[in-house]
Ligand binder design. Structure first.
Ligand SMILES: [Zn+2]
Length: 331
């Protein structure tokens, strides 16, 4: 079937990215700063961006046939609702699929952002044609997503794949989820900065100032120049990602582990992550798995959201749970 014209939206705490996917590529994109202070303002912002995309198709022989929306935080795919996006104060329980559908008359689907990033890779990127895939996205936080047996695995309630909240250490730092010692507290950009800053505060020698050590990007620059503390901060982060990957490999027997997000683009994660994953995986399982960097970067969420809409409109069985596909489209 010919590729459809679909729109993807990636909702983040500082900006909303809109992408029009047509003819197998991004035909138009727009980024709006996130300025909403309430659920109503948030919905209006999403509608404004979508209307801009729609205006961009005017006069052309195409129209938006479906909308996918990805968001950091938990979503209810079946009812098309954002439950509680963690970085969007005042926004809670928004029936966004219904709002878009009634305002624009277009079928609309919701997903979380890590699932969207994996859909981008699975439908049109590095994981194309794969049946069993694990994705880690390592940025300010850590997201995860799973393709199991040829389907996006979302679990019983739609929340599966929270790889960033695997418990790694006792007496660890407080996580955004409210518990302690999660992978995200160690290996995210925030975790790397907290580790480096803590070491500086204890008097560990480094060329970094406290300000340098507050940004994973700056720490990466020092690591590339051989600063021992900066190198150790990234090695530790990569090592725990390797442990987490080993667990996923032992549990799921995937064929591919995809690693993406700003922290991994430092070039300081993949080798050590693989080395440690090899040490803690069963050999038979590790030998059958590839590691790869994500192909899509900043627009992965918006592109994946658009491709989710495309796949569902074409009747492809994206989800492990058959009743999920119907939900939002039927509102
Ligand atoms: Zn956590």
């Amino acid at each position: 079937m010919a590729a459809r014209t679909v729109a993807g939206v990636d909702v983040g705490g500082t900006k909303i990215t809109f992408a029009l996917w047509a003819g197998g590529g991004v035909a138009y994109r727009e980024v709006l700063p996130y300025t909403a202070k309430s659920s109503v303002e948030f919905s209006e912002l999403v509608l404004k961006g979508l209307r801009d995309l729609q205006a961009n198709t005017a006069g052309q022989d195409r129209r938006i046939e479906g909308v996918g929306i990805g968001c950091a935080g938990m979503v209810d795919q079946q009812r098309g609702m954002f439950l509680f996006p963690p970085n969007m104060p005042g926004v809670r329980d928004v029936p966004l699929a219904k709002i878009v559908r009634s305002a624009m008359g277009i079928p609309t689907f919701l997903e979380n952002d890590a699932n969207c990033a994996l859909i981008a890779e699975w439908v049109a990127g590095i994981a194309r044609g794969k049946h069993d895939v694990v994705l880690f996205t390592v940025g300010t936080g850590i997201g995860g997503a799973l393709i199991v047996d040829g389907h996006l695995y979302v679990g019983k309630h739609g929340y599966a794949g929270e790889l960033g909240h695997m418990h790694m250490i006792d007496d660890g730092l407080q996580c955004g989820c409210g518990r302690t010692g999660c992978l995200e507290t160690i290996s995210s950009g925030t975790g790397i900065a907290r580790y480096a800053n803590g070491a500086l505060a204890r008097g560990v020698k480094s060329a970094m100032t406290a300000e340098d050590a507050s940004s994973a990007r700056r720490i990466a620059e020092f690591a590339h120049n051989g600063d021992p503390l900066a190198v150790r901060a990234f090695k530790r982060a990569a090592g725990y990602l390797g442990r987490a990957a080993a667990t996923m490999i032992n549990v799921l027997d995937p064929e591919l582990v995809v690693v993406g997000g700003g922290v991994t683009e430092s070039g300081l994660i993949m080798d050590e992550m693989q080395r440690v994953a090899r040490r803690y995986s069963l050999p038979l399982l590790f030998d059958g798995v590839e590691f790869a960097m994500a192909q899509y970067r900043n627009d992965a969420g918006a592109i994946g959201a658009a491709l989710l809409a495309q796949e569902l409109l074409q009747g492809h069985p994206v989800y492990s749970s058959p009743n999920l596909a119907e939900g939002a489209a039927l509102l």
